[in-house]
Design a protein around this ligand. Structure first.
Ligand SMILES: [Zn+2]
Length: 292
């Protein structure tokens, strides 16, 4: 039985745990500020935290999900907006030295897609992970392996939607994320429904606002359906899990925008239930899959 360490690096917490018998055991949550303020740098801090967690245990593999970009070969962390100390660091080697095990560092959305694919029994075929939270991130897995482009970037949130021009946090305008992710919903709440709470935004939205929301998200998804012809689309992240998220309306609009008979008749949008250990699980599953 393999012993895999899964690590979910976030701007506030670093979560780690052991994947055994298909389940996360001994999950631990530590403060990111404490770990990444290490005098020898952020990578050294993470290496020390993981070595302390391991406490001499020999792991068969280690998976680390980070909220940023990693070089195509997985060796270097390129950019982590919330943890600048990790920018341009050879994190993989630093962790390999500390843990004496194969280490796989990837973007956290890729890790979530890997974990959710396993839980949903999607280890083969093409899976598109679409995670809508504060922003909109994504990842494409082919037979459980990450589809890596030239710069190892998959950024569906920044697909431009024709005819729209709202400024996006990335510096462009008209990106899908600027209309369908958490920041856009906060803005809509403040502008039109100031009496409500963000958790009920989909229940508060007028028919017109909801139709526009669905239309923009459906255009983004239709683009990916036509390009990738995926076996499944995983709709994850806090926004997709919110009360009133328009699943049926989205599926209906997507069906109108896709070619018939396929993929319009074979749309497979899945909504996994997340937990505190989803990131740990995904990172460990990805590392396990990468060993083969
Ligand atoms: Zn953008």
């Amino acid at each position: 039985m393999r012993n895999i360490l899964g690590v979910d690096v976030g701007g506030t917490f670093v979560r780690m745990g052991t994947l055994k018998n298909g389940k996360v055991e001994n999950p631990v949550k530590r403060s990111s500020a404490e770990i990444f303020s290490h005098p020898e740098g952020a990578a050294a801090g993470l290496a020390q935290a993981l070595a302390e967690y391991a406490a001499g245990t020999q792991f068969d593999a280690v998976g680390v999900g980070i909220p940023g970009t990693v070089s195509r070969d997985g060796e270097r962390v390129l950019n982590v907006p919330n943890i600048p100390g990790l920018n341009d660091t050879p994190l993989r080697d630093a962790l390999t030295d500390a843990l004496k095990a194969p280490v796989f560092v990837e973007n956290d959305i890729t890790m979530l897609t890997a974990g959710d694919s396993r839980r949903l029994d999607l280890d083969s075929g093409v899976v598109f992970g679409c995670y809508i939270g504060t922003g909109l991130g994504g990842s494409v897995l082919v037979d459980g392996k990450l589809l890596r482009g030239r710069s190892a970037l998959c950024e569906p949130g920044h697909v431009p939607i024709y005819g729209l021009d709202r400024p996006c946090g990335c510096g462009k305008s008209g990106c899908a994320e600027a209309y369908v992710a958490g920041r856009a919903l906060e803005r809509l709440l403040a502008e039109k429904y100031p009496q409500g709470h963000i958790s009920e935004i989909f229940d508060l939205m007028s028919e017109e606002d909801l139709t526009e929301y669905v239309d923009i998200l459906a255009h983004l998804l239709a683009t990916t359906m036509q390009l990738l012809d995926p076996d499944a689309v995983i709709m994850g992240g806090g926004v997709c899990a919110m009360s009133g998220f328009p699943r049926e309306k989205l599926l209906e609009r997507l069906g109108e925008l896709c070619m018939k008979p396929v993929p319009a008749s074979t749309l497979n949008l899945l909504y996994p239930v997340a937990s505190d250990v989803s990131g740990i699980y995904g990172a460990a599953v990805f590392a396990e899959g990468s060993l083969i």
